[in-house]
Design a protein around this ligand. Structure first.
Ligand code: SP5
Ligand code: ZN
Length: 345
């Protein structure tokens, strides 16, 4: 397993997120990736390297130019509003919902913050752009490693990516690392790619990016959006549109689902993946399915993550893993590395 580690991840360090009218400490914190790195080193799971920087043009294969421009300039615009803002994270407070226009980009920074976001749980900080960009580098490098003949690679980065769409951030995510990896595989000559998203939350950003396409199969196992974030996408009847019809599969499970139910869904996903027979697989690897996760409601135990890796390995596909969620900080390293080790053995 070749790991690309984002040395800049801790520059994205949100202070608080807004939850039920209160500022609460961020669940998505730097210690998460630090502990995965530590466990990866402890168990000697292969080389850990820095990514090469990729051109912004590679990001434009997935994200809109105006959204990328916004992300790059957001922090300087935020502190230009008031120098005291340097000590505060930026949060959106207004959104263009139904009947409001999202085709005209406002001059007002706070209005643009809302235009390019989906929730108020995702602080934008001084180091968000550098951390997200270097994370995207990791994902594209991990994809490229497969093209160079690696059997498996891992993008060890945060902030995560799968909630970010072509032109919005949210759910702790800014750049869609898994989508960037899949798109790079195609741009480098792969004909068909699949993304398996096993984070507790539906990967709404990834789904939306590929929804009309048949060159990327997206499959997600997640908490039912009727009760779980991101709420407004991830239902079983979302099967793709136009040329993409049949290339999107959602496997929502009720909050509180058993381990057996979860593995039955994984089996369904793997059967579909085998019949699609992609040239490569990208795994959105969230471990917030763990029983002890503070914001999620599935029941997986540490050892179950080994079995996940084993089942994915059985597909015999070149596979790039991309780190997503998982907020039980004390166990996040063991759970992630269990998946990777299960894959390798
Ligand atoms: C990548 C990823 O896993 N994103 C998850 C985004 C979840 N955002 C909503 C968080 C709601 C926090 N709920 C706190 C419950 C405390 N009991
Ligand atoms: Zn998640």
């Amino acid at each position: 397993m070749l790991t690309f580690y984002n040395e800049h991840h801790s520059e994205h360090r949100g202070r608080f997120e807004i939850f039920r009218g209160q500022l609460v400490p961020c669940f998505e914190k730097p210690e998460r990736a630090d502990l995965v790195l530590k466990e990866l080193e402890r168990r000697r799971l292969g080389r850990i390297v820095r990514p090469h920087g990729v051109p912004l043009m590679s990001l434009e294969r997935v994200h809109s130019p105006r959204y990328l421009h916004f992300l790059r300039s957001a922090w300087s615009e935020w502190i230009a509003l008031d120098p005291a803002n340097a000590e505060k994270d930026a949060f959106p407070a207004v959104w263009p919902v139904r009947t409001l226009r999202d085709d005209i980009e406002p001059d007002n920074f706070c209005a643009r913050l809302g235009l390019y976001s989906m929730d108020s749980g995702t602080p934008f900080t001084s180091g968000t752009w550098i951390a997200a960009k270097t994370g995207a580098d990791c994902a594209v490098n991990a994809a490229h490693a497969l093209r160079l003949g690696e059997r498996a690679s891992f993008a060890l980065t945060r902030p995560p990516g799968h909630h970010a769409g072509a032109d919005f951030f949210g759910g702790y995510c800014f750049l869609n690392n898994a989508a960037l990896a899949a798109q790079h595989l195609l741009d480098d000559g792969a004909r068909r790619v699949a993304i398996l998203d096993i984070d507790y939350h539906h990967g709404n950003g990834t789904q939306s990016i590929f929804y009309g396409r048949n060159d990327v199969l997206f499959i997600s196992i997640h908490g039912d959006p009727k009760s779980e974030y991101p709420f407004y996408l991830g239902h079983a009847d979302e099967t793709g549109a136009g040329a993409g019809l049949g290339y999107n599969m959602n496997l929502p499970l009720p909050a509180g689902a058993t381990v057996a139910q979860w593995f039955a869904a994984l089996e369904t996903a793997c059967i579909k993946l085998a019949s699609y027979a992609p040239d490569a697989l990208v795994v959105s690897l969230g471990v917030d399915t763990f029983a002890g996760d503070p914001i999620s409601r599935f029941a997986l135990q540490g050892g179950d993550f080994l079995r996940i890796g084993e089942r994915i390995a059985h597909l015999k596909l070149p596979t790039a893993f991309v780190f997503e969620g998982g907020y039980a900080v004390a166990e996040v390293g063991v759970n992630v590395v269990n998946v990777l080790e299960g894959f390798e053995t």
